[in-house]
Design a protein around this ligand. Structure first.
Ligand SMILES: [Ca+2]
Length: 506
């Protein structure tokens, strides 16, 4: 008996010791930030000095894929290491992170980490009775808050909020911030929801980190900033940094506000003496919103020349600005041009923390450490699926398809010499086309199996939501009249928002 107790004691001692030496992990993400919207990717207008400094202290990742070309899909990939269709998230504001998925927060928690999520959530509703998107979002069905997914601490908002005064205007607000599950009233003087959205979020991150350090525990902090997603607004001091740029100053200013908070975090990590023992990754969740901007547009994001923007399967939709810092582990000032993506977070974190998945479920990424250290190239292809298209990045090639059976419109680009996707080499590469198509179709089958619950080991699993076959509209797809009504409603909303933004700009 004594021996048993002794072994148990030894085991606990070892795990405490391991937990102490394990690195902290901070995953930051901007919302709709274009590849070309940061100084470290060559932007000459937008001031991002702190992100640029991080790139100098770590690695700049020039071919980083968000995976989703819109919000929720990428966020599902970040937390699970799996494509969003596996958890029945078809696009932004549809479906939710299913309870049966294993998140990076759950993995970290099981290894002794304290876990926190800050900023946007976008993976389900935060209340069973209310959604920022109204009744049609089915809040009871899609209730799936961070506190049900392995987070000890959360300060989150269901969907996008203004990048300035993000708390909204009052109690009619259907999209409040939830502080550990409790909705906040922006009119409460103690709610601290005024000013820059970056600061509002970072004011919650920093005490979380200080507390973790005090309790001698490693932490995982996931920080999903609101900038520069609509409603795009910047405060007076940030607007003043961008004279003579018209409405674009709002866009530039909200990015600089976020950057300032990234800098504040860096200073805090250094002051706490944990900077060296912390892996930090920063990326965006998809390409920039809107059309190619004219001078003075509020949606002023740039892709750095890549084709397409938010929602697109082309590089401008999914290739996003990214960097990683981990002093002593990642070479300062390095640049890695090999592909990495948000699917890779789960395998990377598992490697760092010594976490083993409890089952054989498919992970779509790989441990990114050898790649971002410049020691090896990626080994796995990166598969994508959004709406009517599926695509694959395999080595330097990228294939895009929009039908299971029809191959006429297939596209292949050689990204090593044609990163802007101007020359479709599909017709002249029959063997490559065959191999890549086969891989994409196998991926689509595997998505469907996961959607049906094959990974969960639950007998007769009943998935919510209807499967979306490539090239076939789901049976419940809106008819023409419904579509027209929905479009008109959206236009009206957009006009109203633009009016509000004009009002705010005055
Ligand atoms: Ca987004």
């Amino acid at each position: 008996m004594k021996i048993k107790y002794y072994s148990l004691f030894l085991l606990i001692s070892i795990s405490v010791l391991q937990a102490k030496t394990l690195p902290n992990v901070i995953l930051m993400m901007a919302d709709d930030l274009g590849w070309g919207d940061v100084g470290f990717n060559g932007n000459k207008i937008i001031k991002t000095p702190h992100l640029d400094e991080m790139a100098r202290e770590g690695v700049s990742l020039t071919q980083f894929y968000s995976v989703g070309p819109v919000c929720s899909p990428t966020r599902a990939a970040v937390l699970t290491g799996r494509h969003n269709f596996r958890t029945a998230i078809w696009s932004a504001n549809t479906g939710h992170l299913r309870r049966e998925e294993i998140t990076i927060a759950e993995a970290a928690k099981s290894k002794g980490y304290v876990t926190g999520h800050f900023g946007k959530w976008h993976l389900g509703t935060l209340s069973r009775t209310m959604s920022s998107k109204g009744e049609s979002r089915k809040p009871a069905e899609n209730y799936s808050p961070p506190w049900d997914h392995g987070y000890d601490r959360s300060f989150v908002v269901e969907s996008s909020v203004s990048t300035w005064d993000p708390g909204g205007k009052g109690n009619k607000n259907k999209n409040p911030f939830y502080d550990d599950g409790v909705p906040l009233d922006p009119n409460d003087p103690d709610s601290n929801l005024k000013g820059g959205a970056g600061r509002v979020v970072m004011d919650r991150v920093i005490p979380f980190i200080e507390k973790a350090v005090d309790s001698d525990k490693p932490f995982l902090a996931v920080i999903w900033f609101n900038a520069p997603h609509e409603p795009i607004r910047a405060g007076p001091s940030y607007l003043a940094m961008y004279p003579n740029t018209g409405d674009s100053a709002q866009y530039y200013g909200c990015i600089t506000e976020m950057d300032e908070q990234v800098g504040r975090l860096q200073a805090k990590l250094k002051k706490l003496g944990i900077y060296d023992n912390t892996l930090q990754v920063f990326c965006s969740d998809n390409g920039p919103e809107g059309n190619d901007p004219d001078f003075g547009d509020r949606q002023a994001g740039v892709t750095g020349g890549f084709r397409g923007r938010k929602s697109s399967c082309y590089e401008g939709g999914v290739r996003v600005p990214a960097l990683a810092v981990w002093p002593g582990q990642i070479k300062a000032g390095s640049v890695v041009n090999s592909a990495v993506c948000t699917y890779d977070y789960m395998p990377t974190i598992a490697e760092i923390m010594g976490y083993q998945m409890p089952d054989q479920r498919i992970l779509d990424g790989e441990n990114m450490l050898p790649v971002i250290r410049g020691e090896a190239d990626r080994t796995k292809s990166i598969p994508f699926r959004h709406k009517g298209r599926a695509w694959l990045v395999k080595g330097s090639y990228k294939m895009i398809i929009n039908s299971i059976t029809e191959t006429k419109s297939d596209e292949i680009y050689d990204l090593s010499r044609d990163a802007y996707e101007t020359e479709n080499i599909n017709a002249s590469s029959p063997e490559l086309a065959l191999a890549m198509r086969k891989e994409i179709l196998a991926f689509l089958d595997s998505l469907k199996e996961s959607y049906e619950g094959a990974d969960y080991g639950i007998e007769a699993y009943k998935p919510l939501g209807e499967w979306h076959e490539l090239g076939v509209a789901p049976a419940s797809a809106l008819n023409a009249k419904e579509k027209a009504e929905k479009l008109a409603k959206r236009e009206k909303k957009k006009e109203k928002r633009e009016k509000e933004q004009e009002g705010n700009a005055e």
